[in-house]
Write a protein that binds this ligand. Structure first.
Ligand code: UDP
Ligand code: MG
Length: 319
């Protein structure tokens, strides 16, 4: 394989022993039929099932299938980062390993990018009918909020299935982010872009690795990566509670002057709880940023690569 293929396909893979063989079965004929030099960069995100063995087997009869293995699970975005940073291709497509992003769209993306000289082609989900209604609703809220943060540049319902040119990949690589959220950073680049609509299919096998906790984390990362708005929200909340306090103070004074004694401690207690809650909210939001400043200062890499089959080749070792 030459050093610089025309196309790299980056695929984060985490415990996908059921889905991976099916994905490879569908992906390979498409890539072989493209008539371009390509590599598939499989990033094994610290799988604990049979996935690593499977990947080695796949590589044995598919030399274009390259393996990068993390020492432990580092998350989908970290796997994407490793794949993008290590891909050699002139164009780089990122795709999920569970066939939710139909690989049949890759030729379309590549053709569109070449014809119109685009740096970014988004895969836009035309229909999420196969996702659960909870996932659809949370995703809807997520994209609404993200469009508010990044602006109209961000296409609605564009996930991590997309094509990037070498220029876009290099621009992303130059960013100092430790925990990049690519679906926000890519539109933020503002490079010429196009869209390919696809139908989000059902996961072909296995179960999702995005439980609610990881979804919340992605949302928090996305917000704090792109905006100081929550900090401003804290200020507004503080002002509001201050106004409420003044109102209450006037009310009690009037009540006192009119001779009706303020009977209980309940109103006081409610006021106290309210102020306490507001303060906690604000401190919590500060914490979100301080925590991220802390990890940025620590400058810990987002992942560690334990193995890269391309490095094997360079050193002339047998596979
Ligand atoms: N993935 C990963 N690391 C993780 C979780 C997921 O590399 O910690 C991969 C997974 O193998 C798949 C892609 O990221 O290729 C998307 O994950 P999943 O399908 O579980 O998420 P969903 O499609 O349900 O949002
Ligand atoms: Mg999936």
């Amino acid at each position: 394989m030459s050093r610089a293929p025309q196309l790299s396909v980056v695929m984060p893979i985490y415990n996908e022993q059921e889905a991976l063989p099916l994905t490879v079965g569908r992906l390979r004929p498409i890539l072989d039929g493209l008539g371009v030099d390509y590599e598939v960069v499989g990033v094994d995100d610290g799988s604990t099932d049979a996935t690593p063995v499977l990947m080695q087997k796949i590589r044995q009869d598919w030399p274009e299938f390259r393996i990068i293995r993390f020492s432990r699970n580092s998350g989908h975005q970290a796997a994407l980062k490793a794949g993008l940073h290590r891909a050699f291709g002139d164009y780089v497509v990122s795709i999920d390993a569970d066939l939710q992003d139909p690989p049949e769209k890759i030729p379309e993306m590549l053709a569109l990018a070449r014809e119109e000289n685009l740096d970014i082609v988004y895969g836009v989900r035309g229909d999420r009918g196969t996702d659960s209604s909870f996932k659809r609703r949370t995703a809807g809220a997520y994209y609404w909020l993200m469009r508010k943060l990044v602006g109209k540049r961000m296409p609605n319902q564009a996930g991590d299935y997309r094509l990037l040119s070498r220029a876009a990949v290099d621009a992303l690589k130059a960013l100092p982010e430790h925990q990049p959220v690519y679906r926000l950073l890519v539109p933020w680049l503002g490079f010429p872009s196009g869209e390919v609509v696809y139908v989000r299919e059902e996961r072909v096998a296995g179960a999702t690795h995005y439980p609610l906790t990881k979804m919340v984390r992605l949302a928090l990362d996305s917000i704090t990566n792109f905006s100081a708005a929550p900090l401003r929200l804290a200020t507004w909340l503080g002002m509001l509670s201050f106004l409420v306090c003044i109102g209450l103070a006037i009310y009690t004074t009037v009540a006192y002057a009119m001779g009706s004694t303020v009977p209980g401690w309940s109103s006081l207690f409610i006021g106290m709880l309210f102020i306490g809650a507001v303060q906690l909210c604000c401190v919590g939001m500060l914490g979100e940023y301080v925590g991220r400043i802390y990890s940025a200062v620590q400058a810990r890499p987002a992942y560690f690569v334990g193995y890269d089959s391309a490095e094997d080749e360079r050193e002339g070792k047998s596979r």
